[in-house]
Design a protein around this ligand. Structure first.
Ligand SMILES: Nc1nc2c(ncn2[C@@H]2O[C@H](COP(=O)(O)OP(=O)(O)O)[C@@H](O)[C@H]2O)c(=O)[nH]1
Ligand SMILES: [Mg+2]
Length: 294
């Protein structure tokens, strides 16, 4: 894990040595309604208060309202209602086509953001995670916008996270997105203000202790009175996957986040900083000193 972070840090520094002004990029991903857009809004507001210059981008053509102040808004390029009428599609088909059309214009998007100098760039992504992670064209978009200095914040839905199987399902989804996009990923438990303290504590413990999660999974299966052999297999499969992730140094941990109460926002910033260096580096030209130290 440490070696991986070091390598990433080194490559991050090298990139920024080429272009000292390009800020690190955080892509915010998660299932529909997980709280992505709210996080981008809360993060920008919070960062401004700290005089950290957080720039934002909206990549969701289906967004109805955007409450942050984006440097680039994909809706200026593509309107979902235009796609629906032009190609005679329903909302779902239009979302898929719009995602591909956006990605096909990745270079235009890059022109819009090239040369921006902020401390960090936070990217809001389409409502459904599969539109961002599983369309072939999106990988290209991630490359073009990320410029080798990007990471992912994966948001867990708080309601789904309350059952062991829901929790594990999201862990697996997060690891698939991580694998698919190939970016360092941190998992956050979204809207944690909605959870009772003891429920929150239990979920966080599942992220830290696989044995506890395994026991909870077996208990859940038993309560659902699935037949014993089948439920055992199911739990074994899930835990096996998670152990493999642990083995591959993919951190299964989960950090509580509340955009509503501005909790965990510092952890989002810290994650990007741990990968790509401090904010002051690019701003004050300390980059050379840091490379020298390394
Ligand atoms: N209580 C609470 N609600 C939240 C929080 N973040 C988002 N929400 C609500 O969750 C819903 C979906 O949020 P949104 O940011 O649009 O999700 P997205 O589809 O992932 O972009 C909205 O009604 C938000 O007000 C939070 O931290 N706490
Ligand atoms: Mg959204």
């Amino acid at each position: 894990m440490i070696r991986m972070v070091e390598e990433l840090t080194m490559s991050g520094l090298n990139m920024s040595a080429q272009d000292a002004t390009a800020p690190p990029v955080i892509f915010v991903v998660g299932t529909a309604g997980a709280g992505k857009s709210s996080l981008v809004t809360a993060f920008q507001r919070w960062a401004r208060f700290l005089e950290v210059d957080a720039l934002t981008i909206n990549l969701d053509p289906g967004a109805e309202r955007v409450h942050y102040d984006p440097e680039f808004d994909v809706r200026d390029l593509i309107s979902l209602s235009d796609v629906m009428s032009e190609y005679d599609l329903g909302p779902n088909g239009a979302q898929i086509l719009a995602a591909d059309l956006v990605a096909a214009q990745a270079e235009d998007v890059f022109q819009e953001i090239d040369g921006l100098s902020g401390d960090i760039l936070v990217v809001d992504t389409p409502g459904q995670v599969e539109l961002f992670a599983f369309r072939e064209a999106s990988s290209h978009l991630v490359e073009v916008i990320g410029q080798g200095r990007a990471c992912l914040i994966f948001l867990f839905d708080p309601m789904l996270s309350q059952t062991p199987s829901g929790f594990v399902s999201q862990m697996l989804l997060s690891s698939i997105v991580h694998f698919r996009l190939g970016l360092p990923t941190a998992n956050f438990l979204s809207k944690s203000d909605l959870l009772e303290p003891e429920v929150l504590e239990r979920i966080i413990e599942w992220g830290e202790n696989l044995d506890v999660l395994e026991a909870a999974l077996y208990e859940e299966s038993a309560a659902q009175s699935l037949d014993a052999a089948h439920s055992g297999q199911r739990a074994e499969f899930a835990i096996g996957q998670l152990r493999m992730m642990q083995h591959a140094s993919i951190q299964p941990g989960l950090i509580p986040l509340s955009s509503e109460e501005e909790e965990g926002l510092a952890d989002v910033l810290t994650f990007a900083q741990s990968l790509f260096g401090g904010m002051a580096d690019s701003r004050d030209g300390f980059q050379g000193d840091i490379e020298h130290e390394l």
